[in-house]
Every structure is written in C-alpha cells, then in structure tokens.
Design a protein around this ligand. Structure first.
Ligand SMILES: O=C[C@H](O)COP(=O)(O)O
Length: 240
C-alpha cells in the first residue's frame, strides 16, 4: 500500500528564516525560538510582524500558494491559568495555529479543559512529549476540548530522538487514535534525514524539523540546502 507523503513543518526563528522556509517548500512555517526552550516562544511584536508577512504571502500567492503558519506559546508549567494566558497571547496576534506543550502531569487534563473556549475560536495543536511517556488517553480529552490537532515531540533534546523513544508501530497507534478523535497529527523530535523513510509509513499528516534543517544545531541558523534535502526525502516515493 503506498502512503501519501506527510507535509513538512519547519520551525523558524525570524522573518528571514520564514522566507527561507516558504521558498524551500515548507507546508507549515512554525514560529519557535529554540534558544528559549523546547517550545520557546516569539515575542508578541515579532509574532505580529510574522502575521503581516504571512498575510502578504496570501495576497501575492493566494490561499493555496502559501504555507500554513503556527507558533508555540513557550514552555509553560501545567497550570491552567498560565497555559491559557500564554495561548491567548499568541492567538491574539492572529497566528492561525497555536502549538501548546502538554507535559505529562496530573494537571494536564485541567489545562486542556481550560483551553476549550479558545479552541472554539483558534485552531489549537497540543504537543505531547515522547520522552515523558505520555498517556495517549489525553487524545480523547483534546478531541472533546475542540483541539484541531496533536503533535508528538521530545522535551529533552539531549535524551534521544523521537525514533529512539517510540517505534513506528506505537507511532501508528498514536496517529490512528488521534484521527479517531478528529485530530490532525504531527511527529517531531530531533528527526534526521535517515528517520524519514520509516516515519513516512506511519501516516501522520506532518513531520516537524528544526535541528536537521540548521547549520550548528537547532539553535543555529536555517540552511536552505539541508531544508531542500529534507523536503526531497519526504517526497521520495515510498511503498509501505
Ligand atoms: O516542531 C518541530 C520542532 O521544532 C522540532 O525540533 P527538532 O527537530 O530540533 O527536535
């Protein structure tokens, strides 16, 4: 059975990298500051400038010709009021997809519930962390709260890549369970070029990258050549 290629999510740190990611064929341009943490956030002013650029892309290229735009809310403790405030700050700038880290904690479900009112106005993506042994039962809570999607990433970038924490079978179960709850899906976590063939077969909607796209690691600078290699590998025919 052949599988449709997943889209490419590229995390970027500034407007210049945003342009490089668009030109390099990213399907989602993801605003993130890795120097500030796993899901380090852009400042409010920088997010507003990014939304202006993304709006200009829409005028020049049309809705279908521009990538989607997402942004992270920063690494937040699992305190409902703090998570909600951070997510609302990003949503208010007009970023259409807001990515929210959901660490494994006894308060994770309360945080998800606290985001339900925002989820009715803005598309929210919950991010689970493979190195925290997440409970996939959280997928039902995300679906109930009206989230648009879910990603699985790694929190500790020194503790191994996604593929070292989960095998393709487990990731396939994650994708199937997320779909059952109406969620689009993404996989990320120190993914390298050589991880792509096995992950394409998992069937997620997106694969996310930062470190593999950069000169000097994930806090370095986006390299169009590396981006081109990842983009090409994602589109190589697969037969899984
Ligand atoms: O959302 C995707 C991430 O930015 C992935 O970052 P990473 O490839 O450095 O783990």
């Amino acid at each position: 059975m052949s599988t449709a290629a997943p889209g490419l999510l590229a995390s970027v740190t500034d407007l210049h990298e945003m342009e490089l990611a668009r030109a390099g064929g990213a399907d989602i341009v993801d605003l993130k500051q890795p120097a500030f943490g796993t899901l380090g956030a852009w400042s409010t002013d920088a997010l507003a400038a990014a939304v202006m650029l993304w709006t200009a892309w829409g005028e020049q290229l049309g809705e279908a010709g521009r990538p989607a735009l997402s942004a992270t809310i920063g690494d937040q403790p699992m305190v409902p009021a703090l998570v909600r405030t951070a997510a609302e700050r990003v949503a208010r700038t007009g970023v259409p997809l807001v990515k929210i880290g959901l660490s494994a904690s006894q308060h994770t479900n309360e945080c998800i519930e606290a985001l339900a009112p925002l989820a009715s106005r803005t598309r929210l993506i919950g991010v689970l962390f493979a190195d925290e042994a997440p409970d996939f039962a959280v997928l039902a809570a995300l679906g109930r709260a009206g989230f648009a999607g879910v990603m699985i990433d790694t929190a500790d970038k020194k503790a191994g890549s996604l593929t070292e924490h989960f095998d393709p079978l487990t990731l396939g179960q994650f994708v199937a369970e997320a779909r059952r709850h109406g969620l689009m899906t993404g996989l990320a976590g120190s993914l390298r070029l050589e991880d792509i063939p096995a992950l394409v077969g998992v069937g997620a909607d997106y694969l996310g990258f930062r470190g593999a796209l950069c000169e000097g690691g994930r806090t370095g600078t986006l390299d169009p050549v590396r981006l081109g290699q990842v983009h090409a590998r994602l589109r190589e025919p697969s037969d899984h």
